[in-house]
Design a protein around this ligand. Structure first.
Ligand code: FAD
Ligand code: FES
Length: 348
């Protein structure tokens, strides 16, 4: 992939389209914008969203006027009822020309760090487990994002996938990701096949489940499987304050899948104010032989281990949708943790 094609992400004959939000301003969808959602956020409008991946349905819009194209007509974020009502997912739709859409904007979704499109060069990669690899890319300018956010990586064959940063923002322009190889997965396997020097595109940062810098509450980070990266980034940001309690739970299927401790071990307060709790769910798997630590589903362990203390904490979690949904039920319904203290990304 050349740097130019990595950046472009769509056809060269793209023309700018002006998109008006009924009762809420307008934005321009340009050649660098993969979707209406990305164009709106880049234009400083708070179009509601979560995953940018077509999975969650948070970015549903009604197209009132103008022609649009769907980038993924079967995206699971739209229910049959949504489709009957003619709704579209802003993250999977592009305007073919000027258009008017209907959506209730939300000031909380206005990006705190303006998303940009740039090219990245792979510098190095190293295995963390049998199927999670950490990638380090370099960009020409500073890497600007908030701990816990993600970027959309633009890969060969027009593939776009979201990956969370595991490092901290930095002036040197390094972007680090911890990516799980999905059996048969197009993007993850493509990334695992890349050698240093490979060039891809990045569009970001995005995501609302980022560190709340102004909070002094104790922190609980919960990562399942591929959800390690944003939790490591948040722990790195919080770990700089050894006076703040941080409990970090990592749930892996077998003992061989457990990781993350090495990333935390060098942080101030490790073993004291910063505590790492690995959890294994499949004790009967031969790869868990000899495991004597915490076991069960990570959300159950968090509930048992932290209990009512969760109501006082700022809670961050990331991982597969079933884990995230079990945690939502535990925190919101069972423990009645105030919604404002719960920050999560579901990895569709
Ligand atoms: C906010 C967020 C952050 C994430 N962070 C991480 C991370 O840090 N580490 C990590 O390992 N994974 C992360 N993921 C998951 C990652 O984005 C990929 O879903 C995963 O790597 C599997 O991709 P794949 O192409 O290998 O698998 P595939 O099975 O080829 O693709 C699966 C995913 O691709 C998308 N998709 C499928 N078909 C289409 C289509 N036609 N058009 C558009 N999209 C399509 C869907 O999101 C689907 O879940 C994150 C996901 C989200 C939403
Ligand atoms: S943000 Fe569009 S479906 Fe999740």
């Amino acid at each position: 992939m050349t740097a130019a094609s990595a950046l472009q992400g769509q056809a060269a004959d793209d023309r700018a389209a002006v998109v008006t939000v009924e009762g809420g301003g307008s934005f321009v969808q340009g050649a660098g914008d993969a979707s209406l959602l990305q164009a709106a956020l880049r234009g400083g409008l708070g179009l509601p969203y979560e995953c940018s991946s077509g999975g969650c349905g948070s970015c549903r819009i009604q197209v009132v006027e103008g022609e649009v194209e769907s980038l993924w007509p079967e995206a699971p974020g739209l229910s049959p009822r949504d489709r009957r009502k003619g709704l579209q997912l802003a993250c999977q739709t592009r305007a073919c020309g000027n258009a008017t859409i209907k959506v209730t904007l939300d000031g909380h979704c206005v990006p705190k760090v303006p998303p940009r499109v740039m090219h990245l060069t792979l510098v190095s990669a190293r295995d963390l487990t049998r199927d999670i690899r950490e990638f380090r890319f370099a960009a020409p300018g500073p890497a600007e994002f908030i701990a816990g956010q993600y970027a959309i990586l633009r890969l060969p064959d027009g593939l776009r996938r979201c990956y969370s940063m595991s490092n901290l923002p930095n002036a040197e322009g390094y972007w680090e990701f911890q990516i799980k190889r999905v059996p048969g997965g197009k993007a993850s396997n493509g990334l695992f096949d890349m050698a240093p020097g490979a060039v891809i595109g990045l569009d970001g940062p995005y995501g609302l489940a980022h560190l709340v810098a102004e909070s002094a509450r104790p922190v609980v980070c919960i990562a399942g499987g591929s959800g390690l990266a944003p939790m490591v980034s948040i722990a790195r940001a919080v770990g700089a304050d050894p006076a703040r309690q941080l409990d970090f739970f990592y749930g892996g299927r077998t003992a061989a899948d457990v990781c993350g401790e090495a990333h935390l071990a060098g942080l101030p307060g490790f073993g004291d104010t910063l505590r790492y709790h690995p959890v294994v769910s499949s004790l009967d798997d031969p790869l868990s032989a000899g495991w004597t630590g915490l076991s069960g589903f990570v959300h159950e362990v968090v509930g048992r281990h932290q209990g009512d203390r969760l109501r006082e904490a700022e809670i961050y979690f990331a991982g597969p949708p079933p884990m995230a949904e079990a945690l939502q039920r535990l925190l919101m319904l069972d423990l009645k943790v105030p919604f404002g203290q719960i920050h999560y990304d579901r990895f569709f």
